[in-house]
Design a protein around this ligand. Structure first.
Ligand code: NDP
Length: 247
């Protein structure tokens, strides 16, 4: 078992993020997340507290380098230096590429991929100095296989894994592991917003015959954390009910 660590989960107030925050709290870690909307975040924090989970909040839009840096500073001030970073915040702005606007493209690349630079850059030096760290990117099955209408999203998610395998090489000697998790379709708001007939078609392609649960992604995050996992770095772990079994 890993000792108590400080964990920052971006997008912790979302469907998958909430499950990750709970799992990390259950493992005894001090957990923090960012927020953009104060009222929404405080409501979320109160609900978490009512179910026995303490999660620190720090304001910050992760697509902005300045806000992300200030958010990390706030987390360090409240909880301590970050040992575990889960880059989970993400959005979709779907559309076929021939109709895609520059706004749709840049919003997704900035939120899903540039955020990984914005948040990881301020934490990596401390991890290297302390000779311990865990950095996990929450990518997507659609970054592995591509998806009609998601050129922006698939590019951002595939980019996350390119980042993972480079950072893993640069930091292996510093006790830092860097890994990607590529979830399949999980029953969060993001997927429940898809029209039901489309969702039924998606489920029909999943060998397990169901959507995944956020807790199943949180379990995968926990897998990478203990000292026993120190030799697992640069991996891309598919957690998708068997929907895609390639790279
Ligand atoms: P949600 O929409 O439920 O949660 C997304 C979270 O990211 C929210 O907390 C949101 O905060 C935060 N966020 C979005 N943009 C920003 C930003 N610019 N700055 C700070 N925070 C931001 O999504 P999920 O929980 O479903 O998804 C989590 C991750 O998992 C995403 O990266 C997604 O791409 C990935 N994923 C999801 C799958 C699924 O089936 N659900 C499948 C594969 C991958 P706010 O409340 O402020 O909007």
């Amino acid at each position: 078992m890993t000792a108590t660590r400080v964990a920052l989960v971006t997008g912790g107030t979302g469907g998958i993020g909430t499950a990750i925050c709970k799992r990390l709290c259950d493992a005894g870690h001090k957990v923090a997340t960012n927020y953009r909307n104060e009222d929404k975040a405080r409501r979320w924090q109160a609900e978490m507290k009512a179910s026995g989970y303490e999660v620190a909040l720090a304001r910050g839009d992760v697509s902005s380098p300045e806000e992300a840096a200030a958010m990390v500073e706030e987390v360090v001030r409240r909880a301590g230096p970050v040992d575990i970073l889960v880059n989970n915040a993400g959005i979709t702005r779907d559309g076929t590429f021939h109709k895609m606007t520059a706004e749709q493209w840049h919003a997704v690349i900035n939120t899903n991929l540039n955020s990984v630079f914005n948040v990881t850059r301020p934490v990596i030096e401390g991890m290297r100095e302390r000779k311990w760290g865990r950095i996990i990117q929450i990518s997507s099955i659609n970054g592995q296989k591509g998806q009609y209408g998601q050129a922006n999203y698939a590019a951002s998610k595939a980019g996350m894994h390119g980042f993972t395998i480079s950072l893993a090489q640069e930091n292996a000697r510093f006790g830092i592991t860097v890994n990607t998790i590529s979830p399949g379709y999980i029953g969060t708001e993001m997927v429940m917003a898809v029209p039901e007939p489309v969702r039924e078609k998606i489920v029909a392609q999943i060998p397990t015959g169901r959507l995944g649960a956020p807790e199943e992604i949180a379990y995968a995050v926990a897998f990478f954390l203990p000292d026993d996992a120190a030799w697992i770095t640069g991996a891309n772990l598919s957690v998708n009910g068997g929907q895609y079994m390639g790279w």
